[in-house]
Structures are given as C-alpha cells and as structure tokens.
Design a protein around this ligand. Sequence first.
Ligand code: ARG
Length: 399
Amino acid sequence: MTERIVLAYSGGLDTSVAIGWIQEATGAEVVAMAVDVGQGGEDLETIRQRALDCGAVEAYVADARDEFAEEYCMRGLKANTLYMDAYPNVSALSRPLIAKHLVAAARQYGAGTVAHGCTGKGNDQVRFEVAITSLAPDLTCIAPVRDLALTREAAIEYAQRNDLPIVTTKNNPFSIDQNVWGRAVETGFLEDIWNGPTKDVYDYTDDPEFPPPADEVTIAFARGIPVAIDGAPVTPLQAIEQLNQRAGAQGIGRIDIVEDRLVGIKSREVYEAPGAMALIAAHRELENITLEREQARFKKLVDQRWTELVYDGQWYSELKDSLDAFIDDSQEHVSGEIRMTLHGGRATVTGRRSDDSLYDFNLATYDEGQSFDQSAARGFIDIYGLSSKQATARNQRRG
Ligand code: ARG
C-alpha cells in the first residue's frame, strides 16, 4: 500500500501547492485536513473540494469552533493568558487542537506521517511537532516549506504551471493567522519595527480613535467561564464572538509588540483580540473579588508559567496538566457578574457582584458601624515590622 501523509490544509496557496509538492517529493499520497477554528473566510466544503482538486486523495474537514472555544480558549481565559503581559496566545492555543485533529485524520486514513505549512523560523512548527510527538509518538512530521524547499516563489510558479484552482497573485504582504480568539499579523513593512501599523493591517477591530457611542456590557461567569451576556445565556463560542463584534467596534484589543520567540528570534507582531482582551479584563476583576489573597498572588505565577508553556508548545505536557489542575481548582468561586464600558479602545470595569465575593462592605467601609477592630492593627504592625526594626538597629550599631 502507498504510504500516506496527512497535511494540515488551510485552502491557501502554500498548502494547496504542498499537496502535489509532497506527493512528488516523497511518492506518498496526501490526505488534506482542515478545521474551522473560527478563522472566517471560506466554508469547509469549498476547502474540501479545493484540496481534492489540488490532488489530495481524501479530505478530512471538521467544524471545531465550539471545541476550540470550550477546551482551548476557556483554558486560556481561566489562566488570564497574556504572553509578555500582552499577547493572549491566539495562534498558540489553536495549534494543539489542530494537532489533535491531524492525529485523528492520520488514524482514520492510515497515515504514518503528518505535514504542516510552517517555516523553520517560528514557534508554530515547534507547537505542531511537540504536540504530535506527545499525542502519537509513532507518527513522523514533515514541513515542506522547511524540509522540501517549498519557497513562496516556487509555490507561485508551481500553481501556475499546474493550473491549480487558487489565486496566485500575492498582493497581501502579510503573514496572517486568525481564529475566533484573535488575529496575528506579521512580516511585510512591519518588519521595520519603527513603522507604525497602517489601517489595512486590521480586520477584527475598527479605529479606536473614532469610536461609536460607548457600549455597556454585563458578563456573567460561572467558575471562570462566561455563561451570559446582558442576561442572555451564551456558550463560550458565542461569548467570544459577541465580544469580538462589540469590543471590535470600539477598537479594543489591538496589540503591537516585539516578542521573544521560542527559537531565539525577536519578532514584531501585531495582534487584534477584542473578545479575548475584554473577557480577560472581566475575568481578572472577578478573580480580584473572589480569590483569597494568597491564592490570587500564587495564581499569578501559575498563570505566567502556564502561558509560557503554552506559547512554547507544551500544551500536552505533564507540567501543563498539573497547572491546569491548580487553575481549575482556583475557579471554584469565580462566579458572578462584571459590568464594563467598552469605548475608544478600552474595556473598563465599572461594577462587579458575586455571591462568592470576599469583599466585605462592613470591613472595608470608613463609615460608622464598620466591624473592623482598628486597635488590633497596632499589635500586628509591631510584630510584622519587628525583623526590619532589629536589622536597622544592628546596622546603626555597626555604623
Ligand atoms: N508570533 C505568534 C505566535 O507565535 C503568531 C504567529 C502566527 N503566525 C502567522 N503566520 N502570523 O504565537
């Protein structure tokens, strides 16, 4: 039987060419695999047909939008995931899901190798291949751009020569990856890090400098997950989609940073993640009133380590599993409502309420009738400050 290779297929030029390119270079049959993670654009049937027209022997397509939102984006939300305090791991969250479907397709169609369209310079190759090796150590991975000399010029030339049903004029200078959690844009003139992003870089967000009237939204959470918006029940996917629209209209969630890739390169990235950034802001504030202080402080460290692991492609690692257990446990009381004003590029929390709140009005208030015994504070401070007092006395004695 002819060897089979499952290719992660986007429907675009590079992976369309990769179908025939891999067949010619390896003699194997190619099975195309495409998943919908809310990237928008063409429907799965169009993509399936194009894969077959480009020479794939089979096509595996799956609508994974709910799966992505529930099992990947929500884990990111519970971890308030912001790599380098800025990037909500948009691409990094999708790779383990795509890898899972690559493995499923390999099993279904009897393939021993999987392929992806990444270059040899980025994080995504690492994420795919570490995920594959963790899920299915028996599978081999190849990347035609990296391993089989499939350059952009060669791809355009190949598509024209073989009359592939794909637009080959490459007038979009950017490399873009998008899903329901956000959108990542790199390359082109953005590689000069002094160049500001132009309007055409953005798609999920409108210009925050010319916003429509302010939009007030109330998000209800249950155990860290959004369950209703303005009183109407939502699934995780619907919550992200609705906030992409409403926060996107206000220009919320535009990010422009130079980022440390795992492979050692610093790269300039422009992101848009309106729904993700609004949800993270709301979730964080709900944690502020529902997590006990020491648990909250420690969770910050866990969130950061979780975020770096996921950025670095360790989704299916032992440590990530252990951190997930901590994070899930921490969400037990993260239920309640956050009210925010979305306006002019900012999602500002204006109110919070929760049956699980640790905020105690009677303890916090400076009004009459407060229940905090202020006289107890003196003794606490005497003892709390004692070791510093002793050290200072010693330093003065020793000159
Ligand atoms: N630098 C980001 C990351 O590593 C985004 C990469 C997305 N890929 C792209 N073709 N723009 O997660």
